[in-house]
Design a protein around this ligand. Structure first.
Ligand SMILES: [Zn+2]
Length: 323
């Protein structure tokens, strides 16, 4: 189903809004990281991604060692044809959750310490999440993102650099670059394309890009409730916000950040509270992986190589002038 741009209204500047200061602080400088390649031009979207290694196989129903675990109550497969949108903050049409069901979503990883901590908690609770990594972060820590996949979680994408795609300074080509390079970076890190699931940074949905994702058959994930974990001063505040909103809504797609320390700290107690409150976790899967665009895959590969060094012979570069 094609998402009509009319669905995206002024409410796009929503409760899920993140401050620009936070956004800028999100990606610390990495001296070892090569500069991103020049902006790519628009490209046809029909070229499939070469997959150098097979996708990590999700372990088939491993027995859960924790009898009190929240687990997974239901697995839902999404057909992303036409780019359906989910999350009542922006999309009201597709309401697939039953009463007391939640989807755990995690943005902005992979990141050291916090992402592995989130993974450990999810494993301890025998449950599954939906991750929206940032492309750059995926290139910094591909091994962490691989762990997310190996543990059977679902992975989409969240742009290359966490740019606010509603920023009027960005051209449409640059907006598309952010989306496509994000997917290519995640595919590079995993060695296989992720799910065709996308979340806009700060939940800023430019109508042109909503249409574009529809043409790309990529589903858009807003949220039903925002944990505001990036603003929370303690882990307890994350728990209180989520439980308070859930108790009003009765169910929902929960937006959290595996990038955030307080979220990682809050998650064990939060999952226990969810279970005690009668909530059940729904695992989301895609019917087919995303098709990345070859041009972006290639440019990413080039940008990740070490900078070209001089090919002059050693003797012409280093000479002994005194012994
Ligand atoms: Zn984000």
């Amino acid at each position: 189903m094609r998402i009509k741009t009319g669905l995206i209204t002024a409410s796009a500047v929503s409760l899920c809004f993140a401050t620009s200061a936070w956004t800028q602080a999100l990606i610390p400088p990495r001296p070892a990281q090569p500069a991103p390649p020049p902006t790519a031009a628009a490209a046809p979207v029909t070229t499939p991604t070469p997959a150098p290694t097979p996708p990590p196989t999700a372990t088939a129903k491993a027995p859960c060692a924790n009898p009190d675990a929240i687990g997974v109550s239901r697995v839902v497969a999404i057909d992303t044809t036409g780019g359906p949108g989910f999350g009542f903050e922006h999309f009201k049409q597709l309401d697939f959750l039953r009463d007391k069901e939640v989807v755990l979503t995690f943005d902005d990883g992979p990141w050291p310490v916090n992402t592995p901590s989130v993974l450990k908690t999810l494993a301890d609770e025998c449950t599954k999440g939906l991750f929206f990594p940032i492309g750059k972060h995926a290139t910094y820590y591909p091994e962490i993102l691989k762990q997310v996949a190996e543990q059977g979680h679902t992975i989409g994408a969240h742009t290359w650099s966490h740019a606010n795609l509603n920023n009027k300074k960005l051209t449409e080509a640059q907006q598309k670059d952010e989306i496509e390079k994000g997917f290519s970076a995640v595919a590079w890190a995993l060695g296989a394309p992720p799910s065709p699931f996308f979340r806009f940074p700060a939940l800023q949905h430019p109508p042109g890009m909503v249409t574009y994702l529809g043409e790309r058959n990529i589903a858009i994930w807003s949220c039903d409730l925002d944990s505001f974990d990036f603003k929370a001063s303690t882990a307890q505040k994350v728990i209180d916000t989520v439980m308070g909103k859930l108790d009003k809504l009765g169910k929902g797609i929960i937006l959290m950040h595996d990038f955030q320390k307080h979220t990682a700290e809050a998650l064990p107690a939060l999952l226990k509270k969810l279970k005690a409150g009668g909530y059940k976790v729904v695992q989301i899967k895609a019917k087919a992986p995303v098709q990345t665009i070859a041009q972006y895959d290639e440019e990413l590969q080039k940008s990740l190589k070490l900078p070209t060094v001089s090919t002059r012979p050693l003797s012409s570069v280093v000479q002994t002038i005194s012994e």
